[in-house]
Design a protein around this ligand. Structure first.
Ligand code: ATP
Ligand code: MG
Length: 575
C-alpha cells in the first residue's frame, strides 16, 4: 500500500534526521517511535505502513551521509539551522573585554517613538545577560530627545514589553532628565572650540558636506561666540540654527564632517512639555549619557559603526570617561520587517489592526500570536552577538517556542469548511478523548448522536462505498456524499481497529461551536504589503474550547498550535 504524502514526508525526514545523528545509519526503533509520536494515527495503520517505512529506511541508509544531508536540506531547508540552535541548551555569550566582576554596567536605550519589537528584545536580552553574567547593572534609558516622535504611550509600551520578557532593569531613567547637563556639555564643547553654531540652510549644509568644504559659520566660529548664548537662550527658532561638531570636513568618514549635535524642535515633549526647544541628537546624547551613567560596555547595532569615531572624539574633547563600544547585527527576517520605520505606516494606514496585530514582530503582536518570552530569549541568545548579516529564519524561533508549548497544549478537534455527515444505524455514544497523547493532562468526554461534521478537504476524498474511520470513534461506510451541498450519508460499520482505512477528524453535532482561526501569513511579499496576510479559517470546534481562557495554548490536530483569543476564535501560532 502507498502512504499519503504527509506521512511519506514525515517518514523520510524522520529517517534522514536519525541517520545523520547516527553516522548515516538510522535506527528502526527510534524512527518508529518518533514517527508515532509525531502522528499517533499511524498506530491504527501500522502493519501496512511498517514495510513502507522499512523500505524507505533501507534506501536512505544505503546513501552516503553527505547525500543524506543534502536530501534533508532539500526536504526541510531550515532543519539543520534549527536543530543546532535548539539543541544547544546552554548559550554562552562570549566574555567581554575589560570587564570586571561586579563592575559591568550595560544599558538599553530605546527611543519612545513606537512599540518594542523583537529587534529590541535582542538588544535588551543581550544587555541584560551581560549585566547578569558579571553581576553588574542594567540601565533602561529612554532616549527621548526628539519630541517630534515621542509619546507617553510608547514609554509605557516599552516598559510593558520588557516586563513581559522578564527583564528587570536596575535603573530606569530618561535622557531628557539630563537635558540641562547636556546643554552644559554642549556649551563646554563650544567654548573649547570643538563645536559651533551654524546658521546655514539645509541645502548649503548638505552641499558643502558632500564637497568636503567648511561653511562660513565654521570659518568664523571663533569670532562670533555670541551666537552660542543666543541658541541656548531661545533666540532662534526651528530650522534657523544648529550646533555642529567641529570635525573634519575632509574626513573619509562622512559621519565626521561636522555632524549636528543639537537642533531646535518646537514640539511639546511628553515629559518636559514646552520648556525645552534645543534638543541634542543621538550622536551627542549617547556618549555623554553613557559616560555619565557609568556604562562600561555600550552595545549598538552595526549601522552605527561609522559613528563610533564621533562618539569617542566627543568624550575625548570633554575629557570624559570613554566606555567600550560593541556592536552586533540588526535582527531582521525575510518578508517580515522589524523596524518601527516600516511598521508605523502599516498602523497609521490601518493596514493592520494596531501594534498588537498578530502578524507583527512587535512584542505585543508576538505575545498575541502565542510566542513565549522564554522562546524569544533563547532564540536571541542562540544568535549570539555576531555581526553577520544573514537573516535568521523565523522557523528557528518557532522551534524554540514549540519545545516550550508542546507539553502544555491540549490537543483539540477542529474542522474547517464543515460537511454534515449523517450516520445511519448508530446509537448515541460517549467517547473519551485524551487531552494529550503522551503527557498526563486528563481527558474529556464527547457525546455523539448520529451527525458529525468533517472538513471539506477530507470529504472531497470520499467516494461511495468507501470505508473510513472517524478517529477515536468508529468505522463507517460512505453511502452518499455531495460536496456542493456540504452533506453526506454514511452507514455505521463496526468499531474494529483496521489498519488500511483512512482516518479522519470530526466534530460532533451535539458538541460543537462555530469557531474561527486567524492565521498570519507573510506580511510582505517583496516590498509590497500582502493584503492577504491574515487568513481566516472558519469551521466548527469542539465546544470544549469555550471552557479555555484567553491565552491558553492548544494544538488543533493537523492545523497546529494556536493561542485562544476568546470563545469564538484562536490565533494560529505555528505548526
Ligand atoms: P527602529 O528602526 O525600529 O526605530 P531603532 O534602532 O531606531 O530601531 P531604538 O528604539 O532607537 O530603535 O533602539 C533601541 C535599541 O534597540 C538600540 O540599541 C538599537 O540598536 C536596538 N535595536 C533596535 N532595532 C533592533 C534590531 N532590529 N536588532 C537588534 N537591535 C535593535
Ligand atoms: Mg531610533
Amino acid at each position: 500500500m502507498d502512504i499519503d504524502m504527509d506521512t511519506q514526508k514525515l517518514v523520510e525526514v524522520t529517517i534522514l534526521r536519525n541517520a545523520i545523528d547516527y553516522n548515516g545509519s538510522a535506527k528502526f526503533d527510534t524512527v518508529i517511535s518518533k514517527i508515532l509520536g509525531a502522528k499517533p494515527e499511524i498506530k491504527n495503520n501500522l502493519k501496512d505502513v511498517m514495510p513502507k517505512i522499512k523500505e524507505i529506511m533501507e534506501q536512505i541508509n544505503s546513501l552516503p551521509i553527505e547525500r543524506q544531508r543534502e536530501l534533508l536540506l532539500q526536504k526541510c531547508p531550515t532543519y539543520l539551522e534549527t536543530k543546532k540552535a535548539v539543541e544547544k541548551n546552554e548559550f554562552h555569550l562570549p566574555p567581554l573585554l575589560n570587564a570586571k566582576h561586579g563592575k559591568v554596567v550595560t544599558r538599553f536605550p530605546p527611543e519612545p517613538n513606537g512599540y518594542p519589537h523583537i529587534g529590541h528584545a535582542k538588544a535588551a536580552v543581550i544587555d541584560e545577560e551581560y549585566a547578569k553574567m558579571y553581576a553588574g547593572k542594567l540601565i533602561l534609558r529612554f532616549d527621548d530627545t526628539n519630541p517630534l516622535n515621542e509619546k507617553l504611550e510608547y514609554y509605557d509600551a516599552i516598559m510593558e514589553g520588557l516586563s513581559w520578557l522578564n527583564i528587570v532593569p536596575d535603573i530606569i531613567k530618561n535622557t531628557s532628565d539630563d537635558i540641562h547637563l547636556l546643554h552644559f556639555y554642549g556649551k563646554k564643547l563650544i567654548n573649547k572650540g570643538n563645536a559651533y553654531i551654524c546658521l546655514c540652510d539645509q541645502n548649503t549644509i548638505h552641499h558643502l558636506r558632500s564637497k568636503g568644504l567648511p561653511c562660513q559659520c565654521r570659518i568664523d566660529s571663533d569670532k562670533v561666540l555670541e551666537n552660542s548664548d543666543k541658541i541656548f537662550n531661545g533666540y532662534y527658532h526651528q530650522n534657523e540654527a544648529i550646533i555642529r561638531f567641529k570635525g573634519n570636513m575632509n574626513s573619509d568618514n562622512t559621519a565626521m564632517r561636522d555632524p549636528t549635535l543639537f537642533r531646535i524642535i518646537e514640539n511639546t515633549h511628553p515629559l518636559l512639555g514646552d520648556k525645552i526647544i534645543l534638543w541634542p541628537t543621538y550622536d551627542f546624547a549617547a556618549p555623554i549619557e553613557d559616560s555619565l551613567d557609568g556604562v562600561t560596555h555600550a552595545f549598538r547595532t552595526k549601522e552605527y559603526e561609522l559613528r563610533n569615531e564621533l562618539y569617542q572624539q566627543i568624550l575625548k574633547n570633554l575629557e570624559m570617561r570613554i566606555p567600550e563600544v560593541l556592536e552586533f547585527s540588526r535582527l531582521e527576517f525575510e518578508g517580515l520587517p522589524v523596524s518601527k520605520r516600516k511598521l508605523k505606516p502599516l498602523i497609521e494606514e490601518k493596514k493592520v489592526e494596531g501594534w498588537s496585530d498578530p502578524r507583527l514582530p512587535t512584542l505585543m503582536g508576538m505575545k498575541r500570536r502565542g510566542f513565549t518570552p522564554e522562546a524569544i530569549r533563547r532564540f536571541v541568545l542562540s544568535l549570539g552577538i555576531t555581526l553577520s548579516e544573514t537573516k535568521p529564519s523565523i522557523g528557528v524561533l518557532e522551534a524554540f517556542n514549540r519545545k516550550i508549548i508542546d507539553s502544555i497544549s491540549k490537543r483539540l478537534l477542529f474542522v474547517n469548511d464543515p460537511v454534515k455527515i449523517t450516520i445511519k444505524n448508530v446509537k448515541q455514544k460517549e467517547v473519551v478523548f485524551k487531552n494529550h497523547p503522551s503527557i498526563e493532562m486528563g481527558s474529556r468526554k464527547i457525546y455523539v448522536n448520529n451527525v458529525v461534521f468533517i472538513s471539506s478537504q477530507d470529504a472531497e476524498k470520499l467516494k461511495n462505498g468507501m470505508e473510513i474511520r472517524l478517529i477515536e470513534l468508529y468505522n463507517i461506510k460512505v453511502s452518499y456524499i455531495d460536496i456542493e451541498k456540504k452533506e453526506g450519508i454514511v452507514e455505521y460499520r463496526d468499531n474494529i481497529l483496521k489498519e488500511n482505512i483512512p482516518k479522519i477528524q470530526w466534530v460532533s453535532e451535539e458538541d460543537l461551536v462555530k469557531y474561527m482561526i486567524l492565521k498570519p501569513t507573510k506580511l510582505f511579499i517583496g516590498d509590497r504589503f500582502n493584503h492577504n496576510s491574515l487568513e481566516v479559517i472558519e469551521g466548527f470546534a469542539e465546544s470544549f474550547v469555550t471552557t479555555l481562557s484567553t491565552n491558553t495554548m492548544v494544538q488543533f490536530i493537523r492545523l497546529g498550535f494556536c493561542r485562544i483569543e476568546d470563545n469564538k476564535s484562536a490565533i494560529f501560532t505555528h505548526k
